[in-house]
Design a protein around this ligand. Structure first.
Ligand code: HEC
Ligand code: HEC
Ligand code: HEC
Ligand code: HEC
Length: 111
């Protein structure tokens, strides 16, 4: 292979890797505040195909990348409701309303 061509391919590959790395996650392990319950595995990719970004990223203005919920929702109550409240309301709330997705503790908090 010509040198410039392999260089170009390597560059293209790196560029793609960088974009997908900086972009939205596929699967997220939600365990920032875990003390009493096992961590929750969240399929971000599946949910982002079903719903608009701002269904969950409610403070996002549509520019750049949405920020982590944990930037504002800490493990303890602060200016924003604590993470447990925010996640339980958003996650369980939607599952209940749509009669789809887990609503029982150990269906989300899996060992
Ligand atoms: C059903 C809810 C939901 C939907 C819909 C959703 N997200 Fe997320 N997103 C989350 C949760 C929960 C996390 C992980 C917790 C966290 O760190 O914010 C997350 C994390 C992220 C992160 C990583 C933030 C960081 O700094 O770690 C990005 C980027 C992101 N989402 C972008 C998007 C984009 C773009 C869309 C729309 C295409 C989208 N999300 C749709 C709930 C959602
Ligand atoms: C920039 C800061 C910020 C980010 C990022 C953020 N929130 Fe919030 N959130 C708040 C604030 C502040 C409130 C209090 C009410 C309001 O101002 O909207 C709130 C309220 C909520 C509520 C309502 C809680 C209640 O008791 O009624 C839910 C649910 C929620 N956020 C979920 C999330 C989720 C899920 C994410 C990530 C996908 C997220 N938030 C990202 C700041 C943020
Ligand atoms: C706006 C609605 C909505 C929100 C918000 C939402 N979900 Fe879901 N979720 C669904 C629906 C609908 C399904 C069922 C999809 C199916 O069965 O095809 C589902 C399925 C799931 C499942 C089972 C499928 C799997 O991935 O194993 C888990 C676990 C789950 N959700 C976790 C969460 C968590 C954790 C959050 C919050 C960070 C969340 N969901 C927020 C609508 C939502
Ligand atoms: C739809 C999924 C879902 C369901 C159902 C659910 N949770 Fe959670 N829960 C979460 C998420 C997401 C977090 C935030 C995880 C983190 O800290 O990153 C959380 C956080 C918590 C926390 C705070 C962290 C800790 O371990 O101390 C407790 C306690 C908790 N949940 C208990 C429960 C109990 C009890 C039930 C049943 C009544 C329940 N949860 C049902 C998703 C769920």
């Amino acid at each position: 292979m010509k040198k410039w061509l392999s260089g170009l391919i390597a560059f293209a590959f790196l560029a793609v890797a960088a974009v997908s790395f900086a972009g939205a996650p596929k699967v997220v392990k939600l365990d920032k505040c875990q003390k009493r319950k096992p961590a929750v595995t969240f399929n971000h990719e599946m949910h982002s195909k079903m719903f608009k970004c701002n269904t969950c990223h409610h403070k996002w203005n549509g520019k750049g990348e949405p920020r982590s919920c944990f930037k504002c929702h800490g493990c303890k109550k602060g200016a924003a409701p604590k993470a447990m409240t925010a996640f339980h309301k958003r996650c369980k709330g939607c599952h209940r309303a749509k009669h789809a997705g887990p609503t029982r503790c150990n269906q989300c908090h899996k060992k």
